[in-house]
Every structure is written in C-alpha cells, then in structure tokens.
Design a protein around this ligand. Structure first.
Ligand code: ADP
Length: 349
C-alpha cells in the first residue's frame, strides 16, 4: 500500500489505533452503542491529531529548504499556512523546477565568466603585439639607430603604423562597449540607404583603387531609386564601412564589390557582395565573433582588428534585425542584412 498524502497517512494511523481500541472494547464486553461511539470518536480524534503532527513535522523538515529557496528566514507557521492549500507532493515538482532554473542560471553565469576571461585574454594579446613592436623600434632608435639615416625614418614609420593599429583596436573596443551599454538608445532616423551607401562607397574609393577594385551601388532593377529605411544612420553607416572595407581587404585584385538593395514587404534587404577569396564553410559561423579571423595573415597585414564583423552584428541585432553570410572559397562572399522599411506614404507626413 502506498501512502501518498498526509491525509491518507493520518487515516491509516487512526484506523490502526481504532482497531486496537475496538479489540479492547470487545474483550471488555462493552455494549454496542457506547462501543461504536467510542470507536468513531477515537478514529476522529486520532485522525486530527495525526494530521496536525504530520503537518508540523513536514513543515519543520521543509523549513531549511524554504529558507534556501526564498533566501530568507522562513517560520514554520508560514510553511504550515502554505501547506494548507498546497499538496506536499506538488512541492517536489516545484522544487525540481526551481533547481532546474538555478542550474540554467549557473550554466549561463559560467559561460559568461569563460567568455569574459577569453575576451580579456584576447584584448591583452591584441594590444601586446603593437606595444612590443613600438618598444622594439624605440629601443633600437635610442641605441644609436636615431643617427643612422638608413633606419631612423623606417623605424619611426613602423612605430607610427603600430600606434595606428593600437588606436584602431581601442576605437573598435570602445564602439562595442558603447553598443553593449546603450543597446536601447539607437536613433530612429528616416533616410535613403542607397544614398548613404553611395556616400560611403565614394569615401572608400581610394582604398579600393589600391587593389584595382570597382565598387558598384545598385538600387532595384539597377535603377538609382531611393530606399527609405528607419534606423540609426550613424551606425548603419558604420556597418556599410566595415562590410565595404572587408570586401576590399579580402576581395580579388581587379575585382568588384557590389551593393544591392531589395524591397521585401516591410523590410529592405541590403547585400554587400565581392568576388574575392571567400570564407571556408567551417569559419563562416565564427567570423562574427570578436577577434576571430579566418585569414589571420591578411587581416593583420591590412590593419584589421578582428572586431569589424562583431560590431556589424551588434549594430544589426540592436535594430532587431539579422545579418547572414553566403560564401564560397575562390568565388566570393555576400553579406546580407535587413532594415525596417519606411513606406512612401509615411514620408509625406
Ligand atoms: P578583420 O579586422 O580581421 O577584417 P572582421 O571582424 O571584419 O575582422 O572579419 C573577421 C574575419 O572574417 C576576417 O579576418 C576575415 O578572415 C573574414 N572576412 C570578413 N569579410 C570577408 C570577406 N568579404 N571575404 C572573405 N573573408 C572575410
């Protein structure tokens, strides 16, 4: 027989006691009416007393658990009141759910801690290289290199390049930090994203020319139509800069970067496509991580910080949108993201 509730346990105790009383009454040959009354009263009294004691015992045993779960001192009386309209057996389920939530929270905190450690390690590692380089160049200059016409200028130029690298890393870190702490304070500007893309493409032209790359900005059906969006213009500009710079950095010499726009119901799809070296399948899911580089050599040589795409992803997601990449090695890469469209009828308001 399984005893599942405090009531059934009390009933069983009462029943056993009543049987003993009944046997005694029969032995003593008590008359049937007082005997039946005594049996009933005994049952009722023992049932109530047992129920009260079991409740008290359970509440006493649950006290430390309740105090842990609620993180405060809980009195036995509070638990007794709680148990009046709750079955003890449901408490098991509730506690398991609480423990599961706690487990998940602990796992999340552990992951966040691992991420924080890795991130700090990466930042230190990234800063170390240019700092040590600068130190090396300056030491050589101080050790007599300054008087050597052959190396003084070269070493100063190299130190200058390393300083620029430091500035780029710190500025990208600063952007990520700002994005993380002000996720909800993005501006909602209404602007023509094609015009913005043209402006940025023009600014990148000099960089593109160095590798003989042409940048094309095309609207729908190759027409220069405006595409009105509602987004933070400054940050969307930064997304376009980072994607265009990457398409030049990892693009093919003499190749092409195309910016395309597509009207898709309530969104505008923006694509930055190059015909460069492409990204290996196994690297594609990771390129948006901070400091992850698929092509370490080219990234460093071209002054990449490894943070460009992490910033891009942050900005797009802060807008509640998504960014994705399609790429094939040796063929090229296409980065696509969406922005909220502003219907033409709303523009006149
Ligand atoms: P980085 O400063 O190194 O360019 P990003 O975060 O911008 O950092 O990019 C991460 C990595 O993704 C790059 O190191 C590069 O290997 C790869 N990548 C980004 N854009 C492209 C692209 N258009 N074509 C090929 N590889 C790319």
């Amino acid at each position: 027989m399984k005893i599942k509730t405090k009531e059934s346990a009390s009933a069983l105790i009462a029943l056993l006691s009543t049987v003993v009383v009944a046997v005694v009454l029969v032995q003593a040959e008590v008359r049937w009416l007082p005997a039946v009354l005594t049996v009933l009263i005994t049952f009722a009294l023992i049932f109530v007393a047992a129920l009260f004691l079991i409740r008290k015992y359970v509440a006493y045993k649950l006290k430390p658990i309740y105090s842990i779960v609620l993180s405060r001192n809980v009195s036995t009386r509070e638990i007794l009141e709680e148990l009046q309209d709750k079955r003890v057996e449901n408490l098991g389920e509730e506690l398991t759910a609480w423990a599961d939530t706690n487990d998940r929270e602990i796992t999340r905190l552990k992951e966040a801690e691992t991420f924080r450690k890795q991130y700090l390690g990466n930042v230190a590692h990234e800063l170390k290289t240019p700092i040590f380089n600068i130190q090396g160049y300056i030491s050589t200059l101080l050790d007599g290199g300054l008087e050597d016409e052959l190396i003084n200028r070269t070493y100063l130029e190299r130190a200058d390049k390393s300083i620029l690298r430091l500035i780029n890393i710190v500025s990208d870190l600063d952007t990520i930090n700002k994005l993380e702490s002000n996720m909800n304070s993005l501006a909602r500007d209404t602007f023509d994203v094609v015009a913005l893309a043209r402006e940025i493409a023009e600014q990148a032209e000099m960089e593109a020319d160095k590798r003989g790359i042409k940048i094309e900005v095309k609207g729908a059906d190759n027409l220069p139509s405006p595409f009105w969006v509602s987004a933070d213009k400054h940050y969307v500009g930064q997304v376009l800069v980072n994607l265009i710079i990457n398409s030049i950095r990892y693009g093919k010499e003499g190749g092409k970067t195309r910016l395309k726009f597509r009207d898709m119901l309530d969104k505008i799809l923006i694509e930055v496509e190059d015909n460069g070296q492409g990204i290996a399948k196994e690297d594609q899911p990771r390129i948006f991580e901070r400091f992850y580089r698929a092509d370490k050599g080219r990234s460093r040589e071209q002054g990449g910080t490894g943070l460009g795409l992490a910033i891009v992803k942050h900005i797009i997601e802060a807008h509640g949108e998504r960014i994705s990449v399609r790429s094939e090695q040796g063929v090229g890469s296409t980065f696509s993201f969406t922005l909220k469209k502003v219907p033409v009828r709303e523009l006149d308001k």
